[in-house]
Design a protein around this ligand. Structure first.
Ligand SMILES: C[S@@+](CC[C@H](N)C(=O)[O-])C[C@H]1O[C@@H](n2cnc3c(N)ncnc32)[C@H](O)[C@@H]1O
Length: 256
């Protein structure tokens, strides 16, 4: 699809969803006034992150005190069904991230309430729910779907039916979803951020999510390498995070 066709499809997708008009307005303003802001501090963060990055196994052992097993060892059947569903899905979205890190964070905190931003196929939701269902806990997810591809109905496609009773999916932009989620639960055991990757969007969401993470809870942010929002947030709040090198990108994590 050409660039103009893609933009037009996305624009029409927005027009069909009045609940997403506030996000459309914000995107238009950002594109006019602040196009480069998304990548602010990218170089600085990449040299900082690559100097301290560890593997997922090392992070799980250091932060949670256990030896990490892979998802293919822990949940072979569930994983193969989810992989099969991803293959069948007619809409193409981003693939699985650091599933084990999310799962072990939920196990470490014995999580009952988890909040995540960014669902797409639902790989991170799948990982959190596999732990949460053990305690009949709840995953609160915020996702504004891929409007250009009519992908609404496929958000969370890899999440098995039997896990959905522990899942509340809020299908708006984070700025609308998060206040609704906080209205249902004031405090969380694990936060996973994986939605808007622009500096402003990340900084805003971190400032909302961090105060609602309980002491001893785990904060995870995907793709911290696109700009310095995560690094700057940690420095401002005196946090020493662990940086995980995962398939050529960096994930930030810390225990509050
Ligand atoms: C990288 S994908 C999430 C991947 C997912 N965590 C997983 O493990 O499969 C990012 C998702 O965030 C959504 N998104 C982007 N900006 C958003 C925003 N401002 N509010 C809510 N969702 C947003 C995208 O539509 C997309 O579905």
């Amino acid at each position: 699809m050409g660039e103009i066709a893609r933009i037009s499809k996305t624009f029409v997708g927005y027009l069909k969803r009045p609940d997403l008009y506030p996000e459309l307005g914000r995107k238009i303003i950002k594109n006019i006034f602040n196009r480069k802001g998304a990548f602010r501090g990218k170089e600085k963060t990449n040299s900082w992150a690559s100097a301290i990055a560890v593997s997922q196994q090392e992070a799980v052992s250091k932060l949670f005190g256990v030896e990490m097993k892979s998802f293919s060892e822990l949940f072979p059947n569930e994983l193969s069904t989810a992989n099969q569903k991803e293959k069948e899905c007619p809409i193409k979205m981003g693939g699985a991230g650091a599933l084990e890190l999310i799962y072990y964070a939920c196990e470490f905190t014995q999580a009952k309430n988890v909040v995540e931003t960014g669902v797409a196929y639902g790989w991170s939701s799948f990982a959190a729910l596999l732990s949460l269902t053990k305690r009949n806990g709840t995953l609160y997810s915020s996702d504004m779907p891929y409007l250009g591809q009519n992908g609404d109905q496929y958000v969370g496609y890899v999440v098995p039916e039997n896990l959905k009773k522990n899942w509340k999916l809020f299908r708006h932009a984070d700025r609308e979803s998060l206040p609704k989620i906080f209205g249902e639960t004031p405090e969380f055991d694990v936060v996973h951020y994986d939605s808007d990757k622009a500096y402003e969007g990340m900084s805003w969401a971190y400032s909302q999510l961090y105060p609602r993470l309980r002491k001893g809870g785990v904060f995870i942010s995907d793709d911290i390498n696109d700009n310095s929002a995560f690094q700057d947030f940690c420095e401002k709040n005196g946090i020493e995070p662990t940086v995980v090198d995962f398939e050529g990108k960096f994930v930030g994590v810390f225990v509050k």
